[in-house]
Structures are given as C-alpha cells and as structure tokens.
Design a protein around this ligand. Structure first.
Ligand code: SF4
Length: 382
C-alpha cells in the first residue's frame, strides 16, 4: 500500500500551534482510509517526517511561511511527490503553484477527488471546486491522532462541559451566506451547505463509542444558518449525554431554538460581534445591529447557555470613540467570556482584495520565530 503523509506546518504565531487538529487533513485521511497508508504529521509537535510516496501539505495564511520552509526541506531530502492544498492555495492557486513548485496544487475541497488525484498522478493546478453534498464525504479519520492527544486537547479550548473534560472538534456545515468585509469570501466559504442531522449524529455517536468523547466543539462558521436542521439535530441529540458549543450570528437564533439547543446539550455559544459601535458594524457589512445583540444575548442567558463574544480591534476606520463604545457594550451585555483579536487582512476578504493588486500579501510570521523553529528542528526523514 502506498504511503501518504498529511502534513500540518506550524502556525508559529499562535499561543499553542497544536491546539487544533486540522480537520481538513483528517477528512483527506478518511477519504484515503484502507486505500493508502496515511500518517498525520503535526510539525509543531514532531520533527520527524516519515518516508512516503506523497507528502500532502495544507497551507493556511498563518502557516504559509512555515509551509514554504517545509517544502524546501522536503524537496532537498526526498523524492516523494509534494502536493499542496488548503485555503491559501484555494484563494490564490497560481501564486501558490509558483511559490511552492509542487507536483500538484489542489484548490477547493479535495476529499471526493483526492484518491483520483493520487491514483492518476495528476499534476499542475487542479481545481476540486466544492463538495455539494457533504453527506457523501467519509468522516474524518481521527484514528490518525494519538488517543491521548485527541481526547486531551490543550487548555486554549476553554471550558468543557462533560464530566471528564475530553473534547474534540466537528464540522456540520461549510460556508456562510453573509458578506462581512474582513472575512474570506471565495466560493468555498460563501456557498452554504450542511450535513443532514442524521449524518452529524452518526459521527458524534461514533466519536463517543470509539474515543469516549462526549463534548463537541462545532466549528461551523454559522451553526444555526439552517434553523430547521438544528431543530432536527437537537431532537436526535436529546437522548445522548452530549455537551457542545457552537458559533453563530445573533440574528440566527430565537427563544424556541435556544431552548431546544440547551435541552440537546448546548452550553456555550460564541457570537462574532467584532465591535460595540454600530458605525463599525456597518463598515464591516455585518448586517446586524447593537439592539439585536442585546436582545439575543438576553434570550441566550434565559436559556441557560453561556455567551462568548468575539471582538476585533484595529479594523481600518476604527476611532478611539468606537473603542469606548465597544467597552461600554461589553459592560452592558456582561458576556460570560470575550476574546479580543487584532485585525489581519485575510486573503480572499473584500478588504484584502483592495490591497492585492499592489502585491501586498500578508503572512503573519516573525522571522525570529521562523529561525528559532528551524534551528530547534533537527529534521529527520525515515
Ligand atoms: S464573519 Fe461570520 S457571518 Fe460574517 S461572513 Fe464570515 S462567517 Fe459569515
């Protein structure tokens, strides 16, 4: 059986680069299960890349520089085929092809086509488009992650609501129909599709049975964008002792849905608020209002679900007055948790596209951190 490495280069700027297993790579592992011998290689945790016929490397904006270094090191030490994919390749395949010189640059969602790409030695830029029916995709192969790592995720994940604290990520829909100007909006991220409630439930039961995990972090962009599907999923989950958290918009929940979600194990919802200033919310094209947030958060609290709000500073146009409004907003709504991130021009976002004609591609990676990583890694190929 031919061998495949599924390689995750490190996001060196993150507090904990290995906090999340890369579900995209695990989906590829699920698609290739029993046809290729796959290994998941998290380069923030290991410096050993086993010998393989194919090295599949996922490339994010946050890992672009470390992915380039990984390819450079691999290309000089092995004659295995290098295939790059992931969101950064999808956003700009020509640039990725020219930067990485791979055997193949795969853009789009590859799980239904990866076997064909490997079997038929497809080269150049290959566009997989989107997976329209997500129920057709095999479940992510979590067997590729050591059990203790899979169950014992780092503290960066925050609260766990199940007894033993074991927790894992799962995705039940892809894309989001809204058009916030800071968000990556390419066809794969704009076209909203969802898995059926029964398909999601089946994966959750499998995770519980195989790995004894009963706390789930739904990492969908907008978990409740299709309310009927969430009602259906909640009715399936009522009889399981599962706990979960999700992320959605304030205009996509109501009292009856929140009640069902709580009864089905939902204990925390994260809302991308970004700013407490209506002026900034409008500039970001979020199509929400401060009044909506206040009203919805009251309902969420009444349902017994914790609220986490995600805030962003330094979005172009933000003034000191907007910052004061955001602070006042937090004091008013009293969330259980909040996070503050600094604005980064995400490739594929409306804001970033205005800079791209001038060749300004932003890859967050301090040279000093990269050098330290390379110095610390005694690269090995077995
Ligand atoms: S920020 Fe959230 S709601 Fe806005 S476009 Fe992105 S995923 Fe959709």
């Amino acid at each position: 059986m031919k061998k495949v490495n599924l390689i995750m280069p490190p996001a060196l700027e993150l507090y904990d680069p290995s906090a999340y297993q890369n579900l995209g790579l695990l989906y590829l592992g699920g698609a290739l299960k029993d046809k290729y011998e796959c290994k998941y290689i998290d380069l923030s945790e290991t410096n050993i890349i086993p010998d393989a016929d194919f090295n599949l490397i996922t490339v994010l904006q946050a890992t672009y520089i470390s992915a380039l270094e990984t390819v450079r090191l691999l290309a000089g030490n092995t004659d295995s085929k290098i295939i790059v994919g992931g969101i950064e390749v999808t956003v700009n395949p020509e640039k990725a092809y020219s930067d990485f010189h791979p055997h193949c640059a795969v853009c789009g969602e590859a799980e239904l086509q990866i076997e064909n790409i490997l079997n038929n030695n497809i080269t150049g830029i290959h566009d997989c488009g989107v997976v329209k029916n997500l129920d057709e995709a095999a479940f992510p192969d979590r067997d590729l992650i050591p059990l203790d790592k899979l169950r014992n995720v780092s503290s960066i994940h925050g609260d766990r609501y199940s007894g033993d604290g074991a927790s894992t990520t799962i995705i039940t829909s892809r894309g989001c129909p809204y058009k916030c100007t800071f968000c990556c909006k390419i066809p794969q991220t704009s076209y909203f599709r969802w898995r059926s409630a029964s398909n999601v439930h089946k994966e959750m039961v499998e995770i519980k049975t195989k790995y004894d995990i009963s706390h789930f972090r739904f990492i969908d962009d907008c978990f409740t964008a299709n309310k009927k599907r969430v009602f259906d999923l909640c009715s399936l989950l009522k009889d399981n002792d599962f706990y979960w958290m999700c992320c959605t918009r304030a205009d996509l929940v109501n009292a009856s849905l929140l009640k069902e979600m709580y009864n089905a194990g939902c204990r925390e919802i994260a809302f991308g608020v970004e700013s407490g200033s209506q002026r900034m919310i409008d500039i970001m094209n979020k199509e929400e209002t401060i009044e909506q947030y206040i009203k919805t958060f009251k309902l969420v609290k009444e349902a017994g679900i914790k609220i986490k709000i995600l805030l962003m500073e330094n979005y172009p146009g933000e003034t000191p007055d907007d910052v004061v409004k955001t602070m006042d907003f937090v004091k008013t709504v009293q969330p259980d948790k909040w996070t503050l991130s600094s604005y980064v021009a995400l490739h594929g976002s409306a804001k970033s596209m205005r800079m791209e004609p001038y060749g300004k591609f932003f890859y967050p990676m301090q040279e000093s951190k990269l050098k330290l990583w390379l110095k610390n890694e005694e690269w090995k190929y077995k």
